[in-house]
Structures are given as C-alpha cells and as structure tokens.
Design a binder for this molecule. Structure first.
Ligand code: HEC
Length: 147
C-alpha cells in the first residue's frame, strides 16, 4: 500500500514536470518546412502577394489600354468625328486636295498641330488620354489615307 501511494505521488510529480516543460515550449513550436512556407506566405504583406498575380496581367492591361493603340484605332475613336466628314473646316480623311498643302508643311508640323492644337483643331484631337506617339500614329494614318 505504501508503495502504491509513493507511486501515485511520483506520477503526479512527474506529470507536473512534463506539463511545465510542455508549457515552456509553447513559444517555440517547431514548424516543418511546408508549414513554415505556408505561414510566411500568409504573413507576407498584402501588396507583395497580389503583385505576383499582377505581374502577368499588368503588361497586358497597359498594352491594350494606352501604349499600343494604333493610328487606325485612335483615328476611328477620336478624329473621325471631325475629319471623317470634314466638319468645321477639318481636312477630310481621304481627300488629298485638302491635305497636300498641310503635308507640304512637313510631318513634324502636323504632329505638333495634333498634339498642341491648331486653330479649329483642338489639342490632342480631344483624345485626352492619347500619348504623343498615338497621336502621331493617328496623323500618319490620316495622311497616308489622304494622299
Ligand atoms: C473637334 C473636331 C476635331 C477633332 C476631334 C480632331 N480634329 Fe484635327 N482638325 C480639326 C480642324 C477644324 C482642323 C483644321 C484647322 C485649321 O487648319 O484651321 C484640323 C486639322 C488637323 C490637322 C492638320 C493641322 C495642320 O497643321 O494643318 C491634323 C494633323 C489633325 N487635325 C489631326 C487630328 C488628329 C490626329 C485627331 C484625333 C486624335 C484630330 N485631328 C481630331 C478638327 C478636329
């Protein structure tokens, strides 16, 4: 009987020690490589994580959006309103007689007119989000189609 009591005491004592040891370890749980990777992904700043997804989509968005609109596109979207019908004195697309005198001024002058405006011709032909290169492409397109 005495032995049993001692044994019980011992077990209680031992479990106290193990418990203590366990709670002491709580702060430093060891993670497997997989868990560590998963956790660092979850802890990564939101911006960085979404950036990975954006990398593949961003260039496509910009190229279809602004940098690669063709002269044809820009003309049809922004210039045709006036130049298609020759409205308000605008030289008409496909009418060489209305363009030769302008073409003689030199393409650089025509680019400047398209970008900065020229009398009845509004700056950028009202395509406010057009880049200079897109406007030049639109001028090229109009001039090529009006020679
Ligand atoms: C609101 C009407 C309007 C729109 C839109 C417009 N134009 Fe014009 N554009 C004119 C008029 C009017 C003239 C003639 C100006 C003059 O000679 O007095 C003109 C002239 C021009 C000329 C000849 C300039 C010169 O120096 O002789 C070019 C080049 C030109 N436009 C390019 C464009 C391009 C490119 C676009 C589209 C991005 C565009 N225009 C959109 C009205 C417009």
């Amino acid at each position: 009987m005495k032995n049993l009591k001692f044994f019980a005491l011992c077990t209680a004592f031992l479990s106290l020690i193990t418990l203590g040891a366990c709670s002491g370890e709580k702060g430093e749980i060891e993670l497997g490589a997989e868990q560590e990777k998963a956790m660092s992904e979850r802890l990564a700043p939101a911006g960085e994580v979404s950036l990975v997804g954006e990398v593949s989509s961003a260039p496509a968005a910009t190229s279809s959006d602004s940098s690669s609109r063709s002269g044809d596109d820009v003309y049809n979207k922004s210039c045709k309103t006036c130049h298609g019908a020759g409205m308000a004195g605008a030289p008409k697309f496909g009418a060489p007689d209305q363009w030769t005198a302008r073409i003689d001024k030199g393409m650089d002058i025509l680019y400047v007119s398209a970008i900065s405006g020229f009398q009845g011709m509004p700056p950028k032909g009202l395509c406010m989000d057009c880049s200079d290169d897109e406007l030049k492409a639109a001028v090229d397109y109009m001039v090529d189609g009006s020679k």
